[in-house]
Design a binder for this molecule. Structure first.
Ligand code: ADP
Length: 412
């Protein structure tokens, strides 16, 4: 089956066309700066052919039309006709408590995703724009929603309930949801395969470290806790997000700086994290380079980042009652030997021993970077969220074709 995977953000659409039978990417790319001047479509075909086009792209529908035309183009395309796209798989950030797995998009499902907007006002509206555009542009092509939250939907209540009046949980659905679910799902499965062990027997801490960062405790293949919460702001230090913070700090800053909700939101989401502490950049490469050059605040940002991650690994080992593997993924996790090494320092008491040579040599590839003696295996596994979305989509569409009940599948 050929599945078009779409990830629609506020001003961007990332796409990938995947042949799910061969688990192969046929083409991948993105449209950026939608609705701004100088929008750019970058497209890469499986054989390495690359093209960049710029122009005015008003909205998500026009962006997806461009994507379809480049997929069909004579020189850079991989399709002869739109009908060759068997299904579209959409990344949807928030499924709330309504969705515990991927689902075929129907009018009822659309309504329920709309109802989740309140929980993810920065993300779900853009995901919905992508879905609506595809309903217009590819009428009759089945579409599936794959939720970032679904893999964490089996967390026990004691892991997801906050210490606020229970009535607020019931009234506003305020609880931990967790995000990056497809990534934690994928890398935990791949790690089990690489280790040659049934996932049911493994306790893992999976660390997704990109611009947004989260860690999950995956016990027997099930996410039993994760660091992102009601929103993707909680937990680890991130590029521009603060992660864990005493809630009173926000109230204090709002009072002292005389700022409102909007500005406080921007402060915590856009001006904090690595950028806020270092004053240099939200990009880990810049922070590492500055720290190396002797910049004390960049060094502090790096120290806070790895110290907090290490604390979470310890906490999740305690939560699961053991730890067999730590898995690093995301742009930082896959590339930064320094972050991996600093994070695993002082974890010897848990049985973690990094092979520094293997660690230093590993970038963007699957590898076991712990020593042979290490009781806890440490792995690098490049994530592949698009493949998970495509496979879930193919499975659901296949079932729907056979007239089976389309119960949620996949990442739950
Ligand atoms: P997103 O969350 O937007 O998908 P990525 O997973 O691509 O982001 O991760 C982006 C992060 O990865 C940035 O902080 C970037 O600095 C970091 N990164 C990429 N390459 C390296 C590298 N070689 N060393 C350290 N960090 C890196």
């Amino acid at each position: 089956m050929k599945v078009l995977v779409l990830n629609c953000g506020s001003s961007s659409v990332k796409y990938q066309l995947i042949d799910t039978d061969e688990r192969r990417s046929l083409a991948t790319g993105s449209v950026s700066r939608i609705g701004m001047t100088g929008a750019v479509l970058s497209h890469r075909r499986y054989d390495g052919d690359e093209v960049k086009l710029s122009g005015e792209i008003l909205d998500h529908q026009v962006a997806i039309e461009y994507v379809l035309s480049i997929l069909l183009s004579k020189n850079h395309g991989v399709l002869k006709d739109r009908s060759e796209i068997d299904a579209v798989g959409h990344r949807v950030v928030h499924g709330g408590e309504k969705f515990t797995g991927s689902v075929l998009i129907t009018p009822d499902v659309l309504k329920m995703i709309r109802e989740c907007i309140d929980l993810a006002p920065l993300h779900n509206p853009h995901n919905l724009r992508g879905i609506n555009a595809c309903l217009n542009l590819l009428p009759g092509t089945p579409q599936v929603a794959v939720f970032d939250t679904a893999f964490h939907s089996k967390m026990p209540p004691y892991a997801y309930i906050y210490g606020i009046p229970y009535v607020l949980y019931k009234r506003y659905s305020i609880r931990r949801y967790g995000f990056h679910g497809t990534s934690h799902f994928y890398v935990s499965r791949r790690a089990a395969e690489i280790l040659g062990k049934p996932i049911e027997e493994l306790k893992m801490a999976t660390c997704h470290l990109g611009n947004g960062c989260s860690i999950a405790a995956v016990d027997g293949g099930v996410s039993v806790d994760t660091s992102m919460g009601f929103t993707p702001l909680e937990g680890l230090l991130m590029g521009t997000r603060c992660g864990d913070l005493d809630p009173a700090v926000i109230l204090h800053i709002m009072g002292r700086e005389e700022i409102g909700l909007g500005e406080a939101n921007t402060l915590l989401n856009k001006h904090s994290g690595l950028l806020g502490i270092s004053g240099v950049s939200s990009d880990m490469r810049d922070v590492e380079a500055e720290a190396e050059a002797g910049n004390r605040r960049a060094q502090l940002a790096l120290d806070v980042f790895t110290y907090r991650l290490r604390k979470y690994i310890g906490a999740y080992a305690a939560a699961m009652g053991g730890l067999n593997a730590i898995v690093f993924t995301g742009g930082i996790g896959e590339n930064s030997a320094i972050v991996r090494s600093k994070t695993c320092q002082n974890l010897g008491f848990l049985g973690v021993e990094i092979d520094e040579e293997k660690n230093a040599q590993t970038a963007k590839q699957e590898a076991v970077i712990s020593t042979d003696e290490s009781r806890v295996k440490v792995l690098v596994v490049p994530t592949n969220e698009e493949l998970v979305i495509a496979l879930d989509t193919a499975e659901i569409v296949e079932k729907a074709k056979q007239g089976e009940e389309t119960a949620p599948v996949g990442t739950s």
